[in-house]
Design a protein around this ligand. Sequence first.
Ligand code: FAD
Length: 537
Amino acid sequence: MQRDHLLKQLTENLDKIWDIVVIGGGATGLGIAVDAVSRGYSTLLFEQSDFSKATSSRSTKLVHGGVRYLAQGDISLVFEALHERGLLRQNAPHLVKNQAFIIPSYDWWEGPFYNIGMKVYDMMAGKLGLGPSEKISREETMKAIPNLDENQLNGGVIYHDGQFDDSRLAINLAQTAVENGAIVLNYMKVTNLIKDVENIVSGVVVVNQEGNNENAKLDEYRIKSKVVINATGVFVDDIMKMDNPSAKKMVRPSQGIHLILDKSFLQGDSAIMIPKTSDGRVLFAVPWHGKVVVGTTDTPLNLDEASLEPRALEQEVEFVLTTAAQYLKKDPKREDVLSIFAGLRPLAANFSDKEGENEEEPSTKEISRSHRLMVSLSGLITITGGKWTTYRKMAEDTINKAWMVGGLPEKRCVTHNMPIHGYVKNTDFDSPAYFYGSDRAQIEDMIHQNQMLGKRLHSDYEYTKAHVVWGARHEMARTVEDFLARRVRMLLLDARVSMDMAPEVAQIMAQELGKDEKWINSQINDYTELAKGYILS
Ligand SMILES: Cc1cc2nc3c(=O)[nH]c(=O)nc-3n(C[C@H](O)[C@H](O)[C@H](O)COP(=O)(O)OP(=O)(O)OC[C@H]3O[C@@H](n4cnc5c(N)ncnc54)[C@H](O)[C@@H]3O)c2cc1C
């Protein structure tokens, strides 16, 4: 997966009429590209920044049916998500781990109550279940989570869900798409839609964000296609406005934040699930890459506040710290936070047809997490809502619609049992670089041939120079941020340490990508500025 090579393939075939062009390289768009190309449709995907730069690298990292949606009575979503959870674990066993969760109970009725709920959850998962849930005693609960607050603890309920690495799955999906014949390009922004005489969408105008021509027009390409799919998350309304300036709004962004803490705050292998916090949501504390992810929140935002780099609000930070402190022996303080990140859910809201009416309601935590698919009169297909867990089903539904809209030959979806790049069984999830899956052998081979590449980027972490080279050569990492934030997860795991790594990463990437000293310096500056936003002052 090399950007220069893929861009050349595109620019040498500018007259080609593609079957499917996908706008957006998050979970939704990448899933659609994999589905489309594996059915045999010629497929192109454009991402304006890096793959999964937006929401898809900022999730809680759960592959789950959604216990909360069960409580809300959204049964069809839970069925669908549990089924997809099972398929994803089957197709990407190098990324999806079976994670035990404990719901601590402090009132006598909570144990039996949650036990019944979780039995229903198990039943709904059917054959693809990850293990039976059960009620456990106070002693068993404390053994599983030694630093849970034991004051008035009655016991708990243990259940199983999936846990994964979101941006790694995104990169692996991009690789899977390319291996099947698609062109996927990061740093390519769609700036307009092309329409034919009958006002039907027949392509896109796309601008290479890496171009350095003085004349911006030289970086602009007009791409023709039979179907255009808008999978741009919280930005879907921008693309819909290109199609129809008076298009109705589709998305209601809702912000969720996470804090990363040292593993000493949550000893043992189990995660905690708090089923009902003071704001009526659930809160998770989950072990991840040797640290603990704690979150999340559900804060409605206006569309004009949607950005690629959302920032946590003070009240969200306070809420997560205070709620976590109620359940943990050791209260987390601001100075304990290794990194903080925010993401925006692209919720598919029901807005009124009348301008101004019903624009504020319902509250975002009550909006269903199901996906919504819409075909505009121009033939533009827009998909929004959903979850990382259900990306495959979202893609299947979208392409089932796309072949009809584009007059393409009908072809059946083949992703149910399709291994995703990196597929390898019996993953040792305790090994720091486990998420490279089947690519690990090649990275180790590189080190074997050049011992210098085995040097660590930081004494406390096992990521090496070889991982940087691999990211630039085979995973389309184009900037220091691409590598430190999404090829490995250092920005999220420890923002300060990641800043220390940045100069060496910039040096290695410059060598790989043929960049000069000026590029190195600007990359270090840009990265340092960005990482400061992940540190809680
Ligand atoms: C706080 C939080 C926690 C979550 N936790 C979970 C979880 O644990 N499990 C789960 O299953 N789901 C979870 N989700 C939901 C899941 O993360 C999202 O549903 C999913 O990532 C959305 O993916 P997407 O591709 O639709 O959007 P995005 O990931 O936002 O992708 C859209 C892409 O489109 C690109 N784009 C926009 N405009 C253009 C343009 N003009 N040209 C080219 N590209 C463009 C953007 O740069 C972006 O990369 C969570 C979400 C949040 C916010």
